[in-house]
Design a protein around this ligand. Structure first.
Ligand code: MYR
Length: 131
């Protein structure tokens, strides 16, 4: 269900979320218009992602339930896991610099890929359309 190429269409409260993450206003303005595109290939428990944005292109491999390291577009390093709960992916990642937890989910809602984010009490959401 998650397979395919997804392009960000709109975001909700993403600026506030990034502010809570400690990202400065200039980077936040750029990140609002990052044209994020994610290509997802799922093979059983293994995922291969291609992330591309105005910031970078990046290949990511992970296995459900297996901890991996990831660097956010602003350079923040996290470590955590994705797990599948029914039709929903639940991600739990811990920042290496301050040990605070970022949770995120991916689900398909009305044909769109919806990714939610929570950090330190602030929720945000980004909605991706299939290409
Ligand atoms: C992936 O599945 O895309 C890789 C692992 C994702 C880890 C958490 C992603 C949260 C991204 C939040 C970006 C906020 C800007 C600092």
């Amino acid at each position: 269900a998650f397979n395919g190429t997804w392009k960000v269409d709109h975001s909700e409260n993403y600026d506030k979320f990034m502010e809570q993450m400690g990202i400065n206003v200039m980077k936040r303005k750029l990140a609002e218009h990052d044209n994020l595109k994610i290509t997802i290939e799922q093979d059983g428990n293994n995922f291969h992602l291609k992330e591309s944005s105005t910031f970078r292109t990046k290949d990511i491999d992970f296995t459900l339930g297996v901890q991996f390291d990831y660097t956010l577009a602003d350079g923040t390093e996290v470590s955590g896991t994705w797990e599948l709960e029914g039709e929903k992916m639940n991600g739990k990642f811990t920042r290496k610099d301050n040990s605070k937890v970022l949770t995120t989910t991916r689900s398909i809602v009305g044909g769109d890929l919806v990714q939610t984010y929570n950090y330190d009490g602030v929720d945000a959401k980004r909605v991706f359309k299939k290409q």
